[in-house]
Design a protein around this ligand. Structure first.
Ligand code: ADP
Length: 161
């Protein structure tokens, strides 16, 4: 344990957490001492799972992993990262469409809080097509989402639909 642990802040909606997110968190743990998974309390988005449900699912996926924390935040992400003591924001990248958006977001965040750095990890090939939105759609239509989300998320989706 270093005296100055490297902490990364990983923000998102996680509605629900997918294997793509899990992979980014696990790989983030190889680079950082601690990863704070931060659930955005974004009122404008209508979610399938409540914030508490989403938080609990992430906590259950990472049961026993001492270096993963799950928190809720509202307001500006840069302020929440700073308050959590994280000098780095972790984000995942799938393809060109993610890149466009993430590039804009990182540039805006840099403007808001210059000392905060954004680190991107490229998705694993298997998770390239995985998004929470697509998982919700497929599950709502009765499709098989095994292999796209952790087993406990699959169960929760089966209960919802
Ligand atoms: P948002 O609600 O902003 O779209 P998400 O909660 O879906 O965010 O995701 C949070 C972060 O995880 C984003 O950086 C997103 O690009 C990344 N991410 C989501 N799905 C994947 C995936 N399949 N592979 C890699 N990164 C992903």
């Amino acid at each position: 344990m270093t005296s100055n642990p490297r902490v990364a802040f990983y923000p998102g909606s996680f509605d629900p957490i997918t294997n793509g997110h899990v992979d980014i968190i696990n790989r983030g743990l190889k680079i950082f001492d601690r990863v704070i998974v931060a659930l955005a309390q974004n009122v404008s988005k209508t979610a399938l799972f409540s914030l508490e449900e989403r938080k609990e699912m992430i906590e259950r996926v990472f049961t026993g992993e001492r270096n993963v924390d799950v928190v809720l935040f509202e307001g500006l992400m840069v302020n929440a990262a700073k308050a959590a003591g994280a000098p780095v924001v972790l984000r995942g990248l799938r393809g060109i469409t993610d890149f466009e958006y993430e590039f804009q977001l990182a540039t805006m965040n840099k403007r808001l809080l210059p000392e905060l750095e954004t680190v991107f990890l490229m998705t694993e090939r298997d998770n390239f097509h995985v998004s929470s939105k697509l998982v919700r759609e497929v599950a709502s239509l009765g499709g098989d989402v095994s292999g796209l989300v952790p087993a406990l998320v699959e169960e929760a989706l089966n209960v919802k639909f």
